[in-house]
Design a binder for this molecule. Structure first.
Ligand code: ATP
Ligand code: MG
Length: 639
């Protein structure tokens, strides 16, 4: 059984596995160490990960990106409508209040919830891991943004279950990075902790955390984030700039054309990356729309000027995290940088200036999260031995419980878990009740959670409560924020006070040997003991078991039908030709991702024509036979 960690990124995801010799980041089917976080639909099959990337432009209406931003969200969610919609190219629809997409799949208009889409993507992650490790994959740890709320976390867990994955922990991504950092350090102090600040600027989000280390354990002290800050904001800034330029220069409105906009977005991302290492960069897009080619360039100084406002946003979370941890920049022993966007020089400089010290990059900035997740999986997995390392993570948002008061009671609510409460964590609440009652859990500070997410978390109904000896029963309710950062009521029971005789530890008296020991002294003490368990019915945002089973079944059917498409041509080509052709296809694909990216249209067309020489007859032979079979069936049915 493989031990797997998945860094679920907004642009791309990374998979790492724990092996006896250490942690390895594994390659997908085209030998990339990361896989685009994309799902796409075609007339015959789904495209997941790498293959979806090839559909991103040509089939944009049926391609879904930004999976982590949309999983577990509702359709009416303000952030979805105002922010995420700008980055999504498939039409969004509503299914029972949930956010869903409408795509054309196997020739039919089909609706999938974003949870299902994410499950599809996880299916692919699982397949990549299984192919590479040549072992079954089930246990895994998935890294998610620390700012995910209960509903988002439960959605990820449900999606994983649909994909047949057993999540040992949903780990906050910055904590995964911290674990990977700490476990390799052999010189951690015994007493005075070492404080490290981790900064992760990715594609869509920015997280900072301060973590204290002593030997064998890490404690997250504080965490802050800007949920809407990352590489894609720089890309969009460039898109706005060039779209305006092309309007005056060429008289075209790129923003009015879906495909043109995606191509410009891709061009801007490339330009941005070039500018990280060069003082200027070109932007050329052939035939972007209305048969127009566009060309422009940008200097790094110009980029920095444009990005000034964006870059200044990097400071607020840094200030916040220090304040929450009760520290100053001087208390931080090192600042470790991860995430793709940290390569933007002016961003780095701003962070460096804030701390007034050199930044460290001892971690692999693209792979640290996945490595940490795999390590956590190894620690939790019974099938793997690894050095013990304790992780004390914290909650992000305070959680309160509310209830209907009894006449004797004034309180109607209590903040049960504060912000920065350790997770996992259990708290026992005490109520005096004569009948069943409900507890409602919600985020106590709705302003602090992502805008648009309902602060309501769950309702827990405590059943079968009855008076004890004519008095209200003492009901204990055990609530827990578990290892995934998800809230639950673990159990409820009636406690009864009993009087117990307890032995008082007698002080030792010297006595002659053989002397009879005095009878032990006892005293009466009152103790609360569990009398009986009470049933608890939890209403949360998790899907019902029956729905999960149904979606799992559907996912299996889609996996089977994807396989069928791959297999369907195999009888129409002889095995030797097939091997060569598969090799040619792979080479062409690698070329496309590599220098092909820069090639002109005619070079591309020539390559495609070469492949068609072998491929087309195969497809034609298949179609002929398929058409014959269909005709025969229709004939039979018509008789
Ligand atoms: P998130 O963490 O937000 O979910 P992610 O994990 O997919 O997203 P990363 O892989 O950390 O994101 O980073 C991807 C981002 O880094 C993209 O926006 C990409 O354009 C940017 N990036 C990558 N290389 C460079 C570079 N050389 N210069 C500037 N930006 C870069
Ligand atoms: Mg990331």
């Amino acid at each position: 059984m493989s031990v797997v960690g998945i860094d679920f990124g907004n642009l791309q995801s990374v998979i790492a596995v724990a092996r006896n010799r250490g942690i390895d980041v594994i390659c997908n089917e085209v030998s990339n160490r990361f896989t685009p976080s994309l799902v796409s639909f075609g007339p015959k099959q789904r495209y997941l990960g790498e293959t979806a990337k090839t559909q991103e432009i040509s089939n944009f209406k049926n391609t879904i990106s930004s999976l982590k931003r949309i999983v577990g969200r509702s359709f009416a969610d303000k952030e979805v409508q105002e922010v995420e919609k700008q980055y999504l190219t498939a039409p969004l629809v509503e299914v029972n209040g949930q956010l869903a997409v409408k795509v054309n799949y196997q020739g039919q208009e089909t609706t999938f919830t974003t949870l299902q889409i994410f499950a599809m993507y996880l299916t692919k992650m699982k397949e990549i891991a299984a192919n590479e490790t040549k072992a079954p994959v089930s246990d895994c740890v998935i890294a998610i943004p620390a700012w995910f709320t209960d509903v988002q976390r439960r959605a990820v867990l449900d999606a994983a279950e649909i994909a047949g994955l057993n999540v040992l922990r949903l780990i906050n991504d910055s904590t995964a990075v911290a674990l990977g950092y700490g476990i390799t350090k052999t010189d951690l102090p015994e007493d005075k902790p070492r404080n490290i600040c981790f900064v992760d600027v990715g594609h869509s989000t920015y997280t900072v955390s301060i973590v204290s280390y002593i030997k064998g354990q890490l404690t997250v002290k504080a965490r802050a984030f800007d949920r809407h800050f990352g590489g894609r904001d720089f890309d969009r800034m460039l898109v706005d700039h060039f779209a305006a330029e092309f309007k005056t220069k060429y008289g075209i409105d790129v923003k009015s054309n879906g495909k043109a906009l995606i191509r410009l977005m891709a061009g801007c991302e490339k330009l941005k990356k070039i500018l990280s290492a060069n003082s200027q960069a070109p932007l050329n897009i052939e035939s972007i729309m209305e048969d127009r080619d566009v060309a422009s360039m940008m200097k790094r100084t110009e980029f920095e000027e444009l990005a000034q406002e964006l870059i200044s946003r990097v400071e607020a979370p840094l200030k916040q995290v220090l304040e929450d941890a009760g520290m100053t920049a001087a208390d931080i022993d090192a600042v470790e940088m991860v995430g793709g966007s940290i390569r933007i020089p002016s961003l780095k400089e701003r962070i460096q200036a804030f701390f007034g010290k050199e930044l460290s990059s001892t971690l692999n900035q693209d792979e640290a999260t996945a490595r940490g997740a795999a390590l956590q999986c190894a620690i939790l997995s019974p099938s793997f031995k690894v050095r013990e390392f304790t992780v004390h993570d914290i909650t992000n948002y305070p959680i309160k419980m509310t209830w209907q008061p009894t006449p004797e009671e004034e309180e109607t609510e209590l903040v049960v878990f504060n912000k920065n409460n350790t997770i996992p964590s259990t708290k026992v609440l005490t109520f005096y009740r004569s009948e069943p009652f409900d507890l409602e859990a919600q985020y106590a500070d709705p302003e602090s959670i992502p805008a648009g997410i309902n602060p309501w978390i769950a309702r827990f109904s405590i059943k079968k409560v009855e008076p004890v000896n004519g008095e209200p029963a003492c009901v204990k309710v055990k609530t827990r924020v578990n290892i995934h950062g998800v809230l639950s009521v673990e159990s409820a029971y009636i406690a009864e006070e009993i009087v117990k005789e307890e032995t008082v530890e007698a002080s030792k008296t010297e006595g002659a040997e053989g002397e009879e020991a005095a009878a032990p002294e006892t005293r009466k003490v009152k103790k609360l003991v569990k009398k009986c368990d009470l049933p608890v019915v939890s209403a949360t945002s998790s899907l019902d078991r029956s729905v999960i089973a149904e979606l799992k079944e559907k996912e299996m059917e889609m996996i089977a039908s994807d396989k069928l498409v791959v297999d369907v041509y195999k009888d129409f080509i002889n095995p030797a030709d097939k091997e060569k052709f598969v090799q040619d296809l792979n080479d062409a694909e690698n070329w496309l991702y590599d220098e092909g990216d820069e090639a002109t249209k005619s070079v591309y067309a020539a390559k495609l024509a070469d492949l068609h020489v072998v491929g087309k007859p195969v497809v034609e032979r298949y179609r002929e036979v398929d058409a014959r079979a269909t005709a025969a069936r229709e004939l039979r049915e018509s008789i």
